[in-house]
Design a protein around this ligand. Structure first.
Ligand code: ZN
Length: 142
């Protein structure tokens, strides 16, 4: 299953409705910005981008909306550390590579790291999803 990006505002509103979210104007603007492409943005970056293009959106509104979107599965939250939280518009399972020089985050397809027969010893549980965060340095900085 592929996730679609670059949706128009009507399609974004439809996604919110399907996820049980009342599509208010501000929620549509925030989701529209996020769902343009697969991307990883911090709340501050989202706030900056929105306030450049639209009317002022308060920080509280952004945080509340991001929390709602994460809870309803519109976006995913990536917590690298308590002060480095990103919102990922790509909700299909995948891994991440973080360039330690620039902090840039790259998506790594799930199948590029074969991980069948994962055995978590000591815990009686069924593994539903595995996602890795790989830290490294690009050989040829772009
Ligand atoms: Zn990602």
């Amino acid at each position: 299953m592929q996730q679609l990006f670059g949706l128009n505002k009507r399609e974004v509103a439809e996604i919110l409705r399907r996820k049980d979210i009342n599509p208010t104007t501000q929620r549509i603007e925030i989701a529209y910005l996020l769902l343009q492409r697969p991307q990883h943005l911090s709340a501050e970056e989202i706030l900056q981008k929105l306030n450049k293009e639209y009317e002022q959106v308060s920080q509280a509104t952004i945080y509340n909306t991001l929390r709602l979107f994460v809870d309803k599965g519109v976006i995913r939250e990536l917590v690298f550390s308590p002060d480095r939280i990103y919102y990922d518009s790509h909700i299909m399972p995948h891994h991440h590579f973080i360039d330690v020089e620039t902090g840039k985050i790259y998506d790594i397809p799930l199948e590029s790291l074969p991980m069948k027969d994962i055995n978590i010893s000591g815990i009686d549980a069924e593994v539903l999803e595995v996602s890795m965060m790989i830290k490294g340095r690009l050989n040829q900085p772009s």
